[in-house]
Design a protein around this ligand. Structure first.
Ligand code: B3K
Ligand code: ZN
Length: 879
C-alpha cells in the first residue's frame, strides 16, 4: 500500500494567483532527447504582497534561471519534485528559464511527446508543467510567441498556436518557424506540433469577412482520409455563426491527427490536436459510426474556441463550465446535421449507461466537484454529459430566445477571462423567472434523482402525483428536491393524444420543484384508458418510475408522438421482459422455458414494419437494438446475475429472430443501399437497420443467414456494411465467423484503426476463462499496450462489453484486466486509472465475485509505484 497521504485539492481553498504573466516567449530546439526549451516570461505581481514566485514543474532538467538578464545563483531559488520557488522577486520583471526535456521517453502522452516520430503536445489540464516551469493554472492568461527550431528533413512542418509570423532556414540543416497568438490564453491551451506531415487545405470566410486558412495535417499515408473532417469543420464554423453568433478569430485554424493520444481530441487555440480515430475516414476503412464521431468531435473542439478558450475556467473545479456547455453545443449541432430523435436516443443511452452508473458508485461527484486528488480523473461522464443535460435544462426552462440572449451576454461579459460556473449561472439567471438558487443544486449534488409518478382517475379528472426521491451518494445525504422541467402528454386507449387543459393543448412542461408535485387534467367520461407519456424528449436527467403495464408500453411504442418516448417505451417493454425472465429464473432456481410474449412480439413487428411506411430507418434500428448487458445489469441493485443477463438477451434475440425471420429478411433486402457509399442520413439509416436485421437472423443457427452475412462482406464497397456483417456473424460461433475474422485480419493488417475494430469484436466474444485467445490477441502485431486506442479496443471492450468473460466466476477475467492495468500504470497513469473504473462497483456483485474484484484492486494499489491517478480510483472504490 502506498503510505503517502493523498494530496487533496479543494474548491474552497481557491486563491487568485500571486503573479500574472502577460507575455510568454518560448523557443524550442526540438530533438527526441534533450529538447531545449527557453522561456521568457513577462511577470507582474498580482496585488500587494511579498509572497515568493511559485512555478509548477514536473520532470524537467533545469539549465538556468535569470531575472532581467541576470543569472540567479543557486541560493536565490529552490527546486522540489513539483516545481520551483523564487523567494524574492521584483514587482515586474522578465524571467528567463532554460530547461530540457526528453520527448522520446514521455510515455504518459502528457506534455511534449512523440507519436509516430512526430513531436506533439498535450497540456490540459496539467501537462504544460512537463514542458517548462510555469504557473500552470487556467487563471493565468498570457499572449504567446513561440519559435520552433528543428531538423528540416525530419520536421518539415512546424506548427503552434495563433498565426504564423515567419519561417526561415538556419543553414545548418535546421529551420525555424515563429507563431504568435494574440489572444491571451491559459497554459493548458498551448500546443506545438513538428514532424513529417502532409496537409489538406481549404478556407472559410467568416461573416464579417475574415478569410481563414484551414489545414488538416496527417501522416502522408493518410492524406486521402481527411475530407470528411474538413467538411465537418466548415459546417461547424458556419453553424456556430448562425446559431450562437460566434465567429472565428485567427487567420488560420489547423488540426493535426496523431496516433497516440490519451483521449479524443484537444481544443488548443488555433491548433487542435486529435486522436487520428476522430479525423481519418474513407468509405473503405471507416464506419458510419466513425463518420458520426468525427463530425461531432471536430465540432466539439471547434466550439471550444468560444466556450472554453475565449471564455475559460478559473480553476479545474469549473471544468463543466466549458465541457458541459460545449457538449450541449455539439449535441445540438449533430441534431441539426442529422436526426434529432436518433441523436437524443444516443445521448440518453450514454447518460443512462455510463453517467447514471458513475453517479451511483464510489466515483460519484457533482457536476462541479468540490475536491480531487488527480484532476485527470475528473474528465467524467458527470462533468461532460450530466453537465450538458444541465445546460439543456437551462435551455428548456428559458426557451431558445432567452437562452441565446444569456449566452450572448456570457460571451461578451467574460471574453478574455477565466470564470466560474457561478458566473454562467448568474448570466442565465438574469433571463429566468424561476428559482435559480434551487436550480443550482444540479451543480452541487451528486446522484440521479428518481421521480415516482402515480396517476389516479377520478371521474372526469386525472390526477398525476410526482414525487422526487434523492438518493444518498458520496456522503451527500440530504433529500431536498431539485427544480426540473418535465414534459408530459397523455394518450387514450386508441393511441389518441389527449388535451391537457381547456385550451386543448396536448403537451405540458411541468416544473417540479418540490418533493411532491401534483398535476390534474380533465378527461371526457367516455375515455376509458389514459396512458401517460412522461419526461418526453428526456427533458430532465432523472429516472422515472411509473407502473406501466405491457399494454401501456406497447401502446406508447406504437403511438407516442414524441419519438424519443416511442423508443423509450419499446425499450422499457424489452427490459421488462428480460428482467422478468431473469427474476423468474432466480426464483424457481432453473432457467424457465418461456414463450415470446405476444405483446412484445407484436410491438417488435410493428416497429420493424414502420420502416416500410416511411419511418426513419435509423430510428427503427435504434428501437430494435436490444438494451446492452451492462444496462440490463443496472436494473439490479446487488448480486448482478451476469450469466442470466447474457442468457436472457441471447435467447430473446433468437426468439424474435425466429418469429420474424421472414420480415427481417424482407426488410434486409428492401433496405439495400443503391450506388456507392455516401455518408448521408437516409443511407446511414438503411445500413443501420440492415445491421439489426442481420444480427437477429444470425442469432439463429442457420447457414442461409450466415451466407447472407458472408456475401455482404464480399460484395460491399464500404467498412460499415463489412463490419456490420462481421458483427452479425459474431452473434454465435461458426466456421464462417472464424473464416471471416481471419480474412478481415489479413486484408486490414496494415491499418491500425481498422484492426482496432477487429480487436474489439473479438474482445466482445471471447469466452470465459479462454486465456489462450486473450494471449493470442495480446501477442498479435495489431495490438500494442503502449497505444491507448489499442488498449481501449482490446482491454476496454473485454472489461466493459463482455461481462460474462470479465466476471468469469474463476476470477480469470479480473486477473487479466488487472495485469494489463498494472502494466499500463508503469508508463501511462491516465489510461490505467480510467481502465480501473470498471472495478469500481464491485459491491454490486455476489460475495465470491466481489471478493475476487477486491483482491485485484488491492493488488493494483499495493505497489510502491502505484500512480496517484490509479490510487485515487481504486482507493475510493475500496474505501
Ligand atoms: N479538453 C479536452 C480534454 C482534455 C483531457 C485531459 N485529460 C478534450 C475536450 O473535451 O474537448
Ligand atoms: Zn471538450
Amino acid at each position: 500500500m502506498t503510505e503517502q497521504k493523498p494530496n487533496i485539492v479543494c474548491l474552497k481553498d481557491y486563491r487568485a494567483p500571486d503573479y500574472l504573466i502577460d507575455d510568454v516567449e518560448l523557443t524550442f530546439e526540438l530533438a527526441p532527447r534533450d529538447t531545449r526549451v527557453t522561456s521568457r516570461l513577462h511577470v507582474r505581481r498580482n496585488g500587494d504582497h511579498g509572497n515568493p514566485l511559485r512555478l509548477d514543474g514536473d520532470e524537467l532538467r533545469l539549465e538556468s534561471v535569470a531575472i532581467d538578464g541576470a543569472a540567479l545563483a543557486g541560493d536565490r531559488y529552490s527546486i522540489d519534485a513539483d516545481g520551483m520557488t523564487i523567494e524574492s522577486v521584483p514587482e515586474s520583471f522578465v524571467l528567463e528559464i532554460v530547461n530540457r526535456v526528453d520527448p522520446i521517453d514521455n510515455t504518459a502522452l502528457d506534455g511534449l511527446y512523440q507519436s509516430s516520430g512526430n513531436f506533439c503536445t498535450q497540456c490540459e489540464p496539467e501537462g504544460f508543467r512537463r514542458i517548462t516551469y510555469f504557473p500552470d493554472r487556467p487563471d493565468v492568461l498570457s499572449r504567446y510567441r513561440v519559435t520552433l527550431v528543428a531538423d528540416r528533413v525530419t520536421c518539415p512542418v512546424l506548427l503552434s498556436n495563433g498565426n504564423p509570423i515567419e519561417q526561415k532556414d538556419l543553414g545548418d540543416g535546421r529551420h525555424q518557424a515563429t507563431w504568435e497568438d494574440p489572444h491571451p490564453k491559459p497554459s493548458y491551451l498551448f500546443a506545438l506540433v513538428a514532424g513529417k506531415l502532409e496537409a489538406i487545405h481549404d478556407e472559410f470566410t467568416t461573416r464579417s469577412g475574415r478569410k481563414v486558412d484551414l489545414g488538416i495535417y496527417v501522416e502522408p499515408h493518410n492524406i486521402d482520409r481527411c475530407d470528411h473532417a474538413m467538411r465537418s469543420l466548415i459546417k461547424s464554423m458556419r453553424w456556430d455563426e448562425e446559431t450562437y453568433g460566434r465567429e472565428y478569430d485567427l487567420d488560420v485554424f489547423n488540426i493535426v491527427a496523431v496516433d497516440d493520444f490519451n483521449m479524443g481530441a484537444m481544443e488548443n487555440k488555433g491548433l487542435n490536436v486529435f486522436n487520428s480515430k476522430f479525423i481519418l475516414a474513407r468509405a473503405e476503412t471507416a464506419t458510419d459510426q466513425d463518420y458520426d464521431g468525427i463530425e461531432s468531435v471536430v465540432a466539439h473542439e471547434y466550439f471550444h474556441n468560444w466556450s472554453g478558450n475565449r471564455v475559460t475556467c478559473r480553476d479545474w473545479f469549473q471544468l463543466s463550465l466549458k465541457e458541459g456547455f460545449t457538449v450541449f453545443r455539439d449535441q445540438e449541432f449533430s441534431a441539426d446535421m442529422g436526426s434529432p430523435a436518433v441523436k437524443r436516443i444516443e445521448e440518453v443511452n450514454l447518460l443512462r449507461q455510463v453517467q447514471f452508473a458513475e453517479d451511483a458508485g464510489p466515483q460519484a461527484h457533482p457536476v462541479q466537484p468540490k475536491e480531487y486528488q488527480e484532476i485527470n480523473n475528473f474528465y467524467t461522464a458527470t462533468v461532460y454529459n450530466k453537465g450538458a443535460e444541465v445546460v439543456r435544462m437551462w435551455h428548456n426552462l428559458l426557451g431558445w430566445d432567452r437562452f441565446r440572449q444569456a449566452t450572448d451576454r456570457y460571451f461578451e461579459r467574460f471574453d478574455g477571462q477565466a470564470v466560474t460556473i457561478e458566473d454562467f449561472i448568474d448570466t442565465m439567471a438574469e433571463q429566468a423567472d424561476f428559482d435559480t438558487a434551487q436550480f443550482r443544486r444540479w451543480y452541487d449534488r451528486a446522484g440521479t434523482p428518481v421521480v415516482r409518478v402515480n396517476k389516479e382517475r377520478d371521474g372526469e379528472q386525472v390526477q398525476v402525483v410526482l414525487e422526487q426521491e434523492i438518493p444518498a451518494v458520496a456522503g451527500q445525504e440530504d433529500s431536498d428536491p431539485f427544480l426540473m422541467p418535465l414534459r408530459i402528454a397523455a394518450f387514450d386507449g386508441e393511441g389518441r393524444q389527449l388535451p391537457l387543459d381547456a385550451s386543448g393543448s396536448t403537451e405540458e412542461t411541468l416544473i417540479l420543484n418540490d418533493s411532491r408535485t401534483t398535476f390534474a387534467f380533465p378527461v371526457a367520461a367516455d375515455v376509458d384508458r389514459v396512458v401517460l407519456s412522461l419526461n418526453r424528449g428526456f427533458t430532465a436527467p432523472v429516472k422515472i418510475q411509473h407502473a406501466y403495464d405491457a399494454g401501456d408500453l406497447t401502446l406508447l411504442a406504437r403511438c407516442d408522438t414524441d419519438e424519443f418516448n416511442r423508443w423509450d417505451a419499446y425499450q422499457r417493454l424489452v427490459l421488462k421482459t428480460l428482467v422478468g425472465r431473469i427474476r423468474e429464473a432466480e426464483e424457481v432456481g432453473e432457467w424457465p422455458e418461456t414463450a415470446l410474449p405476444e405483446g412484445l412480439s407484436e410491438a417488435f413487428g410493428s416497429v420493424l414494419h414502420a420502416a416500410n411506411n416511411g419511418t426513419d430507418a435509423r430510428f427503427v434500428a435504434e428501437c430494435l437494438a436490444l438494451p446492452s448487458e451492462p444496462y440490463i445489469a443496472e436494473q439490479f441493485e446487488r448480486d448482478v446475475p451476469v450469466d442470466a443477463i447474457h442468457r436472457a438477451r441471447v435467447e430473446l434475440r433468437a426468439q424474435l429472430g425466429n418469429e420474424w425471420s421472414q420480415s427481417l429478411m424482407l426488410t434486409y433486402k428492401n433496405q439495400a443501399v443503391e450506388g456507392s457509399y455516401a455518408f448521408d442520413g437516409a443511407d446511414v439509416g438503411r445500413r443501420a437497420l440492415r445491421a439489426q436485421c442481420l444480427s437477429y437472423l444470425n442469432a439463429l443457427d442457420h447457414p442461409a443467414w450466415r451466407r447472407l452475412a458472408v456475401e455482404q462482406i464480399a460484395e460491399t464497397d464500404n467498412m460499415t456494411e463489412r463490419f456490420n456483417a462481421l458483427q452479425a456473424l459474431c452473434v454465435r460461433e461458426s466456421v464462417e465467423r472464424d473464416e471471416a475474422l481471419e480474412g478481415f485480419a489479413k486484408q486490414w493488417a496494415d491499418d491500425p484503426l481498422v484492426m482496432d475494430k477487429w480487436l474489439s469484436l473479438q474482445a466482445r466474444i471471447v469466452q470465459p476463462d479462454d486465456k489462450d485467445t486473450l494471449s493470442r490477441l495480446e501477442a498479435h502485431p495489431a495490438f500494442s499496450i503502449r497505444n491507448p486506442n489499442r488498449v481501449r479496443s482490446l482491454v476496454g471492450t473485454f472489461s466493459r462489453a463482455n461481462p460474462v468473460a470479465f466476471h468469469a466466476a474463476s476470477g480469470s477475467g479480473y486477473r487479466w484486466v488487472a495485469d494489463k492495468i498494472i502494466e499500463v500504470d508503469g508508463f501511462n497513469p491516465q489510461i490505467s486509472a480510467r481502465m480501473a473504473t470498471v472495478f469500481s462497483r464491485w459491491r454490486r456483485y455476489d460475495g465470491a465475485r466481489a471478493d475476487l474484484m477486491k483482491e485485484q484492486m488491492t493488488r493494483m494499489l499495493d505497489r510502491p509505484d502505484c500512480s496517484t491517478d490509479l490510487a485515487e480510483i481504486v482507493g475510493k472504490a475500496l474505501a
